[in-house]
Design a protein around this ligand. Structure first.
Ligand SMILES: [Zn+2]
Length: 350
């Protein structure tokens, strides 16, 4: 028998789905603003997983991931509870901004407080209402504006349950990151709720491969947690590469960047990643890799100032292992038949 579940004054019985609007604040026009949440409860008891997006208001890939997740017919056979929060930072989302109107970064304001800044109050609301009702969490992000991320999972791999989720997600790059002060991940960990962060694509854009990899990844984690049935076809060859350090390669001078290293490419120390020149084609300078690694993030904006981060290169050991898993990573492929067939009716976003 599944236990009772209640959110925002709404009772959600086992085997049902409910949409709940959690009050955040009013606009200065007095219009009320709420955080929309969809709760899907399985008939059978199981873990309670939150999946949230747009904690940074301009990172919208995850909003589309959650929309597709909620369409899956496999949810009819769900065990446990899925708490979907497609837009955490509603005010930033409306203004197409990473931040809140008080200019604070929500992901630096956890655990927050009832009497603090608007960002701090929103952080506290999310902890009280969502995290405290959950046993696990997945937080969906993208790169910043004009910056693209290769699909990757970040989490504290020294924590066993987090590591299990990170590996189950099934993208080739998994980065072991310590807790950042003020982040949702840190605050949730302090409450005993393991959270992984999925990073893919760029702010203010839908990127179809990143969205697909995200939907599949969430489903794989739900399978690993026994919330969904179906086998996850992750053979050893798809074992992700755990990365423990990464570094931004910065622009040695200002100018116009011609990038030659795509996201996901493997580079060797000294390889040319791009070339910076002035508008006349004079004074060209090569941007080179400081170490062997994979390009997991890059700028899409050719106009650069000296010191700008251009390429995010993750260090790794065991080049051959990476080579195999990266070459075989294809978010469009049909190897995950269960999920793919359910999404087949959806035309891809181009
Ligand atoms: Zn973010």
């Amino acid at each position: 028998m599944a236990e009772a579940f209640q959110l925002g004054g709404v009772e959600v019985p086992a085997g049902t789905r409910a949409s709940v609007d959690l009050p955040i604040t009013d606009l200065s026009t007095h219009t009320p603003i709420t955080m929309p949440v969809v709760v899907v409860r399985g008939r059978k008891p199981g873990p309670r997983l939150f999946v949230c997006a747009a904690l940074h208001g301009d990172e919208i890939n995850g909003v589309e991931i959650i929309r597709r997740l909620l369409q899956l017919s496999a949810l009819k056979r769900l065990r446990g509870t899925l708490i979907a929060v497609p837009i955490v930072n509603v005010l930033g989302f409306l203004s197409q901004s990473r931040y809140l109107p008080d200019r604070r970064d929500l992901n630096r304001c956890f655990p927050g407080s009832h009497r603090g800044s608007l960002a701090s109050r929103l952080a506290r609301l999310f902890l009280d209402e969502i995290v405290d009702r959950s046993t696990h969490g997945i937080d969906l992000h993208t790169g910043a504006i004009h910056r693209d991320n290769f699909p990757q999972i970040r989490g504290n791999l020294d924590e066993a349950e987090t590591e299990r989720m990170a590996r189950a997600f099934g993208v080739p790059v998994v980065i072991n990151t310590s807790y950042r002060e003020g982040s949702l991940r840190e605050a949730a960990a302090e409450r005993g709720v393991p959270v992984i962060v999925y990073e893919a694509g760029e702010a203010l854009r839908f990127h179809e491969p990143s969205v697909r990899a995200g939907v599949k990844g969430v489903v794989r984690v739900m399978r690993a947690l026994d919330m969904l049935t179906g086998k996850t076809d992750l053979k050893d060859r798809r074992a992700p590469l755990a990365i423990r350090s990464s570094r931004w390669v910065r622009a040695p001078r200002s100018g116009l960047l011609r990038s030659v290293s795509p996201l996901g490419s493997q580079v060797k120390k000294g390889d040319v990643l791009g070339v910076i020149a002035d508008p006349f084609g004079k004074n060209e300078v090569e941007v080179t890799a400081a170490n062997d690694g994979i390009v997991i993030g890059k700028t899409n904006l050719p106009l650069v100032y000296e010191g700008d981060g251009l390429f995010h290169v993750a260090r790794h050991e065991g080049t051959q292992v990476v080579a195999r898993s990266l070459d075989e990573f294809d978010p469009e492929s049909d190897y995950e038949s269960g999920v793919t067939s359910e999404l087949a009716d959806e035309p891809p976003i181009v």
